[in-house]
Design a protein around this ligand. Structure first.
Ligand SMILES: *[C@@H]1O[C@H](CO)[C@@H](O)[C@H](O)[C@H]1NC(C)=O
Ligand SMILES: *[C@@H]1O[C@H](CO)[C@@H](O)[C@H](O)[C@H]1NC(C)=O
Ligand SMILES: *[C@@H]1O[C@H](CO)[C@@H](O)[C@H](O)[C@H]1NC(C)=O
Ligand SMILES: *[C@@H]1O[C@H](CO)[C@@H](O)[C@H](O)[C@H]1NC(C)=O
Length: 459
């Protein structure tokens, strides 16, 4: 049944695939080249959306290659079905205006009855949503019903561009366990996870909350503190710094297939086993799904750094990317087109050069979204069928080259992160290794992940 999605999916992807089949990868030891200066959350280099949310300045050509990140905004996010297409955009449709768009993402989100369903249709890599603004400390709460079944992971996390991370994660076979975790700059540390026990997270709404200050993180369920981690407990004598999340982070909500056959064994085991695309859940609903109700963000609102949100945007003035290197500034955040970068935000602005407006490097990590297709269920579809990769930016709407992805079956899509969140080995993006080398052993990841647009071969 999923094959019915293919023709359009392949066509949409074709346009970008042709531009650069193989974008350069990036990591701490391998910065992006000048012509594709931005290192995306996926560990690959490009322009346009690569330079927006998730762009890691430490791995980019210059610290100023990434576009400055919109500052924290106090807001309770509700999910109005009728206007979903206005406040949610696929990353292939978003140029950085956080005053108009609250959430960006990839996959198959569906607003439904005051909630948003994060869906994962058969053989997809699920759905990820991220706020367009960044919290620099503060409090975030979300009402969630998780997904269920082996290999299906639900996540609610804070994720920074330099890979500081604070997580809630749920494995679909352990529905009374809420896993918590945190990372400093994506450095894997398998002793950081801890569990909170609750009633069934699939059947019941719970309110999950992260309270984050420069000194402490608390994870709460239904208003009750389930875990606290103090900064003072995180001193790393080797690196001489606190191993504590401390930089502006987006709120991310996701569902992803930890039990995908092509993932590392450690990931599959952690996720409760291999995913079954023929499950009762799939037969009944047409997808795996998690349901998210209101999400409330309260900024830390410090009067002086760290933790301010007084101006427009955050950027980093040093590669160490610790909390004293974040600048709360008036720099603009909006690109004129998907040709833009942090150092050339107006690129592609002039209408004169229709000929010159074609990006020669990737501009949408993951190749944009593929269409939601006939996934059953209520709600509006997340994103229009115009979400193709670079072509929406350049004005070239033709899908020429659609056969570029060749053949019968590769719906090349973003893939969500399936390892520990280590960002150092990103040169190993590879279909066969589940995106990143590092075998996850114990706990969890980061997911938010999304890495490696390189894409899993799903069929
Ligand atoms: C958390 O729960 C999971 C699933 O029950 C288990 O595998 C893991 O070891 C637990 N983690 C900790 C730190 O207790
Ligand atoms: C301490 O920092 C070093 C260097 O960044 C890192 O390799 C190591 O994993 C860190 N240790 C812990 C416990 O986080
Ligand atoms: C963040 O900055 C504050 C004030 O400069 C400092 O006291 C604190 O230790 C820093 N926190 C971390 C986690 O580095
Ligand atoms: C990717 O996988 C292929 C085939 O499995 C292997 O030959 C190649 O070395 C891998 N590349 C990287 C960067 O790991």
């Amino acid at each position: 049944m999923i094959r019915s999605l293919l023709p359009l999916g392949v066509a949409l992807l074709g346009a970008t695939a042709v531009l650069a089949a193989d974008p350069p990868t990036c990591g701490l030891d391998k910065k992006c080249p000048k012509e594709a200066p931005c290192c995306s959350q996926y560990g690959q280099c490009g322009v346009g959306a690569y330079c927006l949310g998730g762009c890691d300045p430490r791995m980019s050509f210059g610290l100023d290659s990434c576009v400055p990140a919109p500052v924290c905004k106090d807001k309770t996010y509700k999910w109005d079905e009728g206007t979903f297409k206005d406040y949610y955009k696929d990353i292939g449709e978003y140029l950085g205006d956080s005053s108009k768009v609250d959430w960006v993402g990839q996959g198959y989100p569906k607003a439904h009855d005051g909630t948003v369903l994060l869906t994962m249709p058969p053989k997809s890599v699920g759905t990820v949503l991220a706020t367009t603004t960044y919290m620099w400390y503060g409090t975030v709460k979300a009402k969630i019903k998780t997904a269920r079944d082996a290999g299906v992971v639900t996540a609610f996390i804070l994720f920074g561009d330099v890979k500081d991370e604070i997580d809630f994660e749920w494995v679909g076979t352990q529905l009374t366990t809420t896993q918590t975790n945190y990372y400093f700059q994506g450095i894997p540390d398998y002793v950081n996870s801890a569990n909170i026990t609750t009633t069934d997270t699939y059947e019941n709404w719970h309110e999950y909350e992260i309270q984050w200050t420069p000194d402490e993180i608390s994870w709460l369920v239904d208003g009750k503190v389930g875990r606290t981690k103090k900064r003072s407990e995180t001193w790393n004598a080797t690196s001489n710094q606190w191993g504590f999340p401390q930089t502006p982070s987006r709120v991310q909500l996701s569902i992803w297939p930890g039990g995908l056959e092509s993932n590392a064994k450690g990931t599959i085991d952690w996720a409760g086993g291999k995913i079954n695309w023929d499950s009762e859940e799939i037969k009944h609903y047409g997808y795996y799904f998690a349901t998210v109700g209101d999400v409330e963000v309260k900024c830390y609102n410090a009067n002086s750094g760290p933790g301010t949100n007084k101006k427009k945007s955050y950027y980093y003035n040093d590669v160490s990317a610790t909390n004293n290197t974040v600048v709360d500034s008036d720099k603009p955040t909006i690109l004129k087109s998907f040709l833009g970068t942090g150092t050339d935000m107006n690129a592609g602005a002039s209408p004169s050069g229709t000929d010159a407006a074609q990006p020669t490097v990737q501009s949408i990590p993951g190749g944009g979204n593929s269409p939601p297709g006939q996934v059953p269920g209520g709600g509006s579809t997340s994103s229009s069928q115009t979400n193709n990769g670079g072509s929406s930016s350049s004005g070239s709407s033709s899908n020429t080259g659609s056969s570029g992805s060749g053949g019968d079956c590769d719906v090349t899509k973003f893939s969500q992160k399936c390892d520990s969140g280590s960002s150092s080995s990103s040169s190993t993006n590879n279909r066969s290794d589940g995106v990143r080398g590092a075998e996850r052993t114990l706990g969890a990841s980061a997911l938010a992940g999304v890495i490696g647009f390189a894409a899993l071969l799903l069929f």
